[in-house]
Ligand binder design. Structure first.
Ligand SMILES: [Zn+2]
Length: 448
């Protein structure tokens, strides 16, 4: 059976991920993501009403025109998890394919939300939920199976899809870290990866998340970030002024920890901001292990009213969890820094960033400015209470040991980001151009 891999997006950047695997006459697409930084750099662009080709020209979504070079029918679109760099282009591209979208339940709910907000295209792809650990048959050949292996990442319900073919398995390894003690959900299923590496024809190809491939050592578990956060918030137990926290709204496990520790120190947590409401609301709705009784406020006007209530009843009784960890100009925390909300920061009030700045000049500039504004109001900053969602080098070595893939394809980075991975894969006997395929967007790798 002929096997080809089209590297469509996310092979020159972190963002707009999209990869297609053709096995015989059948094609499976993994991820359809958005490169948000290409959108945010323009003021006030609203993507909802924009045409795909304009977004492709901006570099915001994958250029999927290369799909016409693959001879076969798309049988499934499979997003790995709910981050926008993996699902954010589905509303712009999925309608071109007569294929269902198959995803884990939380991811699928977020995809649904993306499709509902879309203003230009009307995708009517069937939406199919599949749990981590399950397998389904793909196409009409009867020899292709799609399996979801449970992995751990900075969002719940992340999976690594595996396409089982007669030539071996194609493992799509984006995005994960090896977490054996996650705060929500099951540990990463390393046992299954090990089996896949040893059963049948083994692993034909492994596409790897190289986000942290230049970082030594091991990515800590989410439970480490949780203990760090506990230590910081418990130290504030006797403080009788304002405490405000921010984190990635999609990071359900972290939001859960914030809610629990706020209560432990005698404060009522309130989630504030549109995206906080979207992600946490979705988690609650589909029954993820998440506090069901927490107050969430999404709309601007209701946020203002909530802040007024907090000021009336006393800041010391509350812990608002807000958007704005990257200093986004329109996010709630940045507006608090500018003094645009009824919440009055005073000397000594605490602002907890349970996030790291995404190392990109726009973010760094905006975050610097937001922090400066908060400091000018007297706020004290607690920084970097976070662990990455991506494997570092030791995790990459371990994956190669378990899967023993015939070919490896680094992804989710640019050329300089790939360099660390090329080094370590070379140490393990892979050779550039032979079985280690460093590539760029818009290429097709012919494997069989
Ligand atoms: Zn991700």
């Amino acid at each position: 059976m002929e096997i080809e891999i089209a590297t469509i997006g996310g092979y020159e950047e972190v963002g707009r991920q999209m990869t297609a695997v053709r096995a015989g006459d059948d094609i499976v697409i993994f991820d359809m993501g958005l490169n948000l930084s290409k959108v945010l750099i323009h003021d006030n662009i609203r993507t909802e009403g924009m045409h795909s080709l304009d977004l492709i020209d901006m570099g915001a979504i994958p250029d999927d025109r290369i799909m016409s070079d693959l001879e076969g029918d798309v049988q499934a679109i499979v997003p790995t998890h709910g981050h926008l760099d993996h699902i954010g282009a589905i509303s712009k591209l999925a309608h071109r394919y007569d294929a269902p979208i198959i995803a884990s339940p939380f991811t699928l709910e977020l995809v649904k939300g993306e499709l509902e907000e879309e203003g230009k295209f009307d995708a009517d792809n069937e939406l199919i939920a599949m749990d981590p650990g399950e397998t389904t048959s793909i196409g009409d050949s009867g020899v292709l199976d799609l399996e979801f292996v449970n992995v751990t990442h900075s969002i719940v319900d992340a999976i690594n899809p595996v396409l089982h073919t007669p030539e071996g398995a194609v493992v799509y390894g984006l995005d994960k870290r090896m977490d054996h003690t996650p705060v929500i959900g099951d540990p990463i299923d390393m046992e299954r990866f090990r089996e896949i590496g040893r059963e049948g024809e083994g692993v034909l190809a492994y596409i790897e998340d190289c986000t942290n491939a230049n970082k030594k050592g091991r990515t800590p578990s989410e439970s480490v970030a949780r203990e760090h956060l506990r230590d910081v918030l418990y130290s504030m137990e006797d403080y009788d002024g304002g405490i405000v926290a921010t984190t990635f709204s999609s990071h359900i496990a972290r939001v859960k920890s914030l809610i629990e520790f706020a209560r432990d120190i005698g404060r009522q947590p309130i989630l504030l901001g549109r995206s906080m409401e979207t992600y946490s609301g979705t988690a609650k709705q589909i029954g993820i292990d998440f506090p069901s009784d927490v107050e969430m406020v999404g709309y601007r006007q209701s946020i203002e009213q909530t802040f007024e209530r907090i000021m009336n009843e006393g800041k010391e009784n509350f812990l608002p969890v807000v958007t704005g960890h990257q200093g986004e100009p329109r996010a709630t925390l940045t507006r608090m820094g500018r003094g645009e909300t009824p919440y009055e920061l005073e000397d000594g009030d605490k602002v907890v960033f349970s996030a790291r700045v995404i190392p990109e000049p726009t973010n760094e500039g905006q975050r610097y400015q937001a922090e400066k504004l908060l400091r000018m109001q007297g706020a004290r900053i607690y920084d970097d209470i976070h662990v990455s969602g991506h494997l570092c080098q030791e995790g990459h070595y371990e994956m190669l040991d378990e899967l023993q893939p015939e070919h490896v394809i680094p992804a989710h980075q640019n050329m300089s980001g790939f360099s660390g991975y090329v080094d370590l894969a070379s140490n393990q006997g892979y050779k550039l151009g032979r079985d280690l395929h460093v590539t760029s967007n818009g290429n097709i790798i012919d494997l069989v």
